[in-house]
Design a protein around this ligand. Structure first.
Ligand SMILES: C[S@@+](CC[C@H](N)C(=O)[O-])C[C@H]1O[C@@H](n2cnc3c(N)ncnc32)[C@H](O)[C@@H]1O
Length: 211
């Protein structure tokens, strides 16, 4: 049931996100996908992952989602490309000096209680030119209605949608963590005034994108 609800609420957004990310990542990139979820994106994007030689280490604290993800990895023969680990971002250690080209938060960053601490952790796992990629729904203006509704959606859907992300707070957090925004694209505008945004951040001079 949990996977069916997840598929209903998340699939479209997920496919949009991963399509943009996978097209953005250069050939042969090594990605840490924080909160990979049930891996439903594999169904649509298996060829792209294989053709671009992309390798993904996916971590998630939900073993039920990961079991589904593993099934899809097997079904689409992607064992050489995707490896999943049942752990939280707070506990994960890459080990053996492993570093990543990109750390991806696809609809997971708004779920962390201590986002600053999570950023501190993941930055240590990036290689010299490594970047952090966020895909999330953001608001430019305060929405008290959304602040009330969003945290409560989990009681109806069993899916945690986390807290409302405001552009100003998010940009402020990146500034405090010395991360520049290198790219910021609106992928979709929602009827409730939220925007699905694709944001890339890293060290160096920020070049604000199209948002
Ligand atoms: C909304 S889902 C997004 C899944 C997938 N990335 C996508 O775009 O469809 C968020 C995922 O983050 C996972 N998650 C939440 N908190 C986490 C944490 N502290 N560490 C690792 N994963 C976490 C959840 O279990 C869930 O699978």
């Amino acid at each position: 049931m949990k996977n069916l609800l997840y598929a209903f609420f998340i699939d479209n957004v997920t496919n949009r996100c991963y399509r943009n990310c996978l097209e953005y990542f250069p050939q042969g990139s090594l990605i840490l996908d924080v909160g990979i979820g049930n891996g439903i994106m594999v169904k649509e994007h298996h060829s792209l992952i294989r053709d671009k030689g992309i390798r993904i280490v996916g971590i998630d604290l939900n073993e039920r989602y990961l079991a589904h993800c593993r099934e899809l990895i097997r079904e689409y023969d992607l064992e050489e490309h995707i490896r999943v680990i049942n752990t939280s971002v707070e506990a994960f250690e890459p080990g053996n000096g492993l570093t990543f080209d990109y750390v991806l938060f696809s609809m997971s960053f708004m779920l962390f209680r201590d986002q600053a601490m999570v950023l501190d952790r993941v930055r240590k796992w990036l290689n010299g030119k490594g970047k952090v990629v966020f895909f999330q729904t953001m608001f430019r203006e305060r929405s008290f209605w959304m602040e009330f509704v969003k945290p409560r959606l989990k009681y109806v859907t069993t899916i945690d949608f986390g807290k409302v992300t405001y552009e100003e707070d998010f940009y402020d957090l990146l500034r405090r963590k010395d991360l520049s925004v290198l790219e910021d694209r609106v992928l979709k505008r929602e009827w409730y005034r939220g925007e699905c945004r694709f944001i890339v951040a890293g060290s160096g001079n920020g070049v604000k994108g199209s948002a």
